[in-house]
Structure formats: C-alpha cells, structure tokens
Design a protein around this ligand. Structure first.
Ligand SMILES: NC(=O)c1ccc[n+]([C@@H]2O[C@H](COP(=O)([O-])OP(=O)(O)OC[C@H]3O[C@@H](n4cnc5c(N)ncnc54)[C@H](O)[C@@H]3O)[C@@H](O)[C@H]2O)c1
Length: 378
C-alpha cells in the first residue's frame, strides 16, 4: 500500500498517521479543523524527532517520515489512497456521512476502515454502495505504542480485505486479533467490570478508591488501579463507553453504568485532565492512603477478577473471538498481567463458579450470573 489516508487528526488519528508514515507510507491526514491540523503537525514533528533523539529512528528516516505526512482539511486529497482509516467523532450518522464521501473519492479496491471503539461496523458499512470493503480496525491509545489492533469484519465484509489489513499491520509490528461485530468487540467489553465492579465495591462502602487501587496493583498485579485508570482515561470517555455498551446489549443489567461516575461527569470532575476525578491532582503528594489490609485486598481482587473472567467466558460462549485472541487482547490491549482464561484455570473453574454463585446468591442480581461457558468447564 502506497498511500494511506487517515480521517480525523485527533488523539487516535495522529497516532495512526505517525505509525503509517514511519512505516514508509505517504499519509494524507484530514481534519475539518485547521487548528487541530496545526496541533497535529506540531505534535507529530515533536514525537518523530523524539524517536530520533532516543535512537529509535535515524535522523534521515525521521526527516523522511515527517516529509511523508500531508495535513489537509480537503477531503478530495484522499483520492488515490489504498487504505482509508476513519478516526473521527464516535457518532454513527456523522461516520456514515463521511464514509459515503470517502467511497465517492477512492478507487474500487481501496479498504475503508473505521477505528470506532463501540459502533457496529455492519451499521457503518450499510451506508455504502459496496459494503464488502468496509472493516473495523480498532487501535488502542497511544496507537504507536500499543501492540494490539482488533480487526472486525462487518457481516458484509469480504474477508480478503481483513487479510490485507492483517498483513499490513503485521509489517507495522502489531498483533492483530479478529473480533465478531458485537458491542465493544473484545477489550472494551471484557474490561467493563474492571471499572464497574470497583465502583460497586466503593459504592457499597467496602473500601475507598485508594484501597481498591492498592489491592488491584499490589495483590492483583495490574499495572494501574481502576480508579487511577478511570481518572487517566477521563470519566466522560469511560462513562460514555459503558453507557454505549449498556444500550447496545439491550440494557443487560451486567453492564449498568455507575451513578457515582455519572455524578463525576456532571460535576466536571473528569479526572487528570480537569485536575480532579476520584482523586485530586492539584496536590499529588497528598494522595489518600490505602488501607493495606491483606485479607480485604484479596477479597477485592477476587471479586473484580472473577467478574472479568466471567466476561471473558461470555465472549467465549458467544464466539466473539478465539480463545487465543481473547487472551492476547486483554494482555496487549489493556496490559493485564495474565490472560483471563489462563487465570481462571489457575484459580480453578469450580472456584470461579462458586465465587460468582456466592455473589449471585447474596445480591440476586443478573450482574452476577455465572456464564454457562464457565460452568461447562467444570
Ligand atoms: N481516544 C481513545 O482512546 C480511542 C481509542 C480507540 C478508538 N477510539 C475511537 O477513535 C475515534 C476518534 O477518537 P479520538 O479520541 O481520536 O477523538 P478526537 O476527538 O481526539 O478526534 C476526532 C477528530 O475528528 C475530527 N472530525 C470530526 N468530524 C470530522 C469530519 N466530518 N471530517 C474530518 N474530521 C472530523 C475532529 O475535528 C477531531 O479532531 C472514535 O471513533 C473513538 O471511539 C478512541
């Protein structure tokens, strides 16, 4: 592929553009906002120079890579592209409008990919005259660093296009997994309880965020605790994903969003970016102390972990992806210390089932229903 177009020069678009340019493609980076384009140019210049300063690229290669990037607000510039990756606002109507425009400009065998986190690829593809070349290509933030890309065929997709995308991403050093076009694909779906169960434990007054974060990091081995991670992602973004997943699963109570997080969004306590979320970032040295009670910490980890395992089991039950892909998605997409299904085996399937059944018996909520797949493993 010679020329790649990226539509949307925000957080994700610019990261994907950087990757493509470094790997030798001419890149047309399109955004409707001139200011975003100026910002993207500055940031990409800085990041590519930094790669050279760190010895990851030669100075010559860095200059050449930056030279391959073209910044424009004119959609017509994408003509002649072999692949178009859309990374604009998460809104189906707007994405469909842009996809129709893209289709009218490029050649018949150009791949049309969306980086959507939670919209259906089938819905996006349905607006096209030829939906067979529309696929999902879901990168993780920051795109140049995160190894994982989820590839999602729409039900109309010709799998030859998935193969071409897979070959390309392989050359970029990415690990790809293939996900069925189901809400939030693999990672964003299976990871929901990492946040929601942590907030539930907090809402029930069992432990404070600092204690839950300590337990998940120090006992669970996760890189960040759920509250620190939600503050980092931004509550507006994290809440929106949960809400979208909840709606997309026809209001399955397992994915019910948290009022606590909704209140934070309403108050403008969006996390690090607004200076305050679950924690206050004005005075970092005064972060709250965790209650380092090991027994409490282990209970917290056991409860959140079994909820994550249950989601991975549901993904297996409904063939969202292969077992290997589910395992690599969670270790590479969100840096979990271990694949959740391997973790279930280590704990023992009967123990996982009895932990979930105990939660279900206690609360009598759908949220804690044990996946049939997990029960089948006993
Ligand atoms: N941020 C993440 O962590 C993340 C991770 C994976 C996937 N995604 C998905 O990637 C997409 C983009 O997310 P983001 O975080 O980069 O958003 P962003 O808000 O940072 O950037 C979106 C950009 O698209 C531009 N835009 C909007 N409509 C446009 C149009 N019609 N034509 C051209 N440009 C247009 C906006 O000006 C903006 O610069 C979304 O679908 C999101 O769900 C985001």
């Amino acid at each position: 592929m010679n020329q790649i177009a990226v539509i949307g020069a925000g957080t994700m678009g610019r990261g994907i553009a950087q990757l493509a340019a470094i790997h030798g493609h001419d890149v047309i980076l399109v955004d409707q906002s001139e200011q975003v384009l100026i910002d993207a140019r500055d940031k990409l210049d800085y990041f590519i120079q930094r790669l050279a300063a760190k010895g990851k690229l030669s100075n010559e290669d860095a200059v050449a890579a930056f030279g391959r990037l073209h910044f424009t607000s004119e959609m017509s510039a994408i003509e002649g592209s072999d692949l178009v990756i859309e990374a604009i606002i998460e809104n189906l109507e707007i994405k469909q409008k842009v996809f129709r425009q893209i289709e009218s400009l490029v050649s018949d065998d150009c791949i049309l990919a969306s980086n959507t986190s939670s919209l259906s690829i089938t819905s996006i593809a349905s607006c096209l005259e030829d939906p067979s070349r529309c696929i999902g290509m879901h990168f993780f933030n920051p795109a140049p660093l995160m190894k994982l890309v989820e590839l999602i065929p729409a039900i109309q997709s010709d799998h030859g296009y998935i193969k071409r995308a897979d070959d390309l991403l392989d050359g970029w050093g990415k690990t790809t997994v293939v996900a069925k076009d189901t809400p939030a694909f693999i990672v964003n779906r299976i990871a929901r309880p990492f946040y929601s169960e942590a907030m539930r434990i907090h809402e029930e007054g069992i432990a404070e965020p600092a204690t839950i974060d300590w337990a998940m990091k120090e006992i669970g081995g996760f890189r960040m605790g759920p509250f620190a991670l939600m503050d980092f992602i931004g509550h507006d973004v994290n809440y929106k994903v949960t809400e979208t997943v909840f709606e997309a699963f026809y209001y399955d109570k397992r994915y019910i969003p948290s009022f606590t997080q909704k209140r934070l969004v309403e108050a403008g306590y969006l996390g690090r970016k607004s200076g305050r979320g679950f924690y206050s970032y004005e005075t970092e040295d005064q972060m709250p102390e965790a209650n380092q009670d090991h027994e409490l910490g282990q209970d917290i980890v056991d409860r959140i972990l079994v909820m994550l395992i249950n989601e991975a089991a549901e993904a297996m039950l409904f063939s969202v992806a292969s077992r290997d892909d589910i395992e690599s998605a969670m270790t590479l997409g969100v840096n979990y210390p271990k694949g959740l299904l391997a973790w279930a085996e280590d704990i023992g399937y009967p123990r996982c089932v009895s932990r979930l059944d105990a939660l279900h018996d206690r609360y009598r909520e759908e949220r804690y229903r044990c996946s049939a797949w997990l029960r089948d493993q006993m």
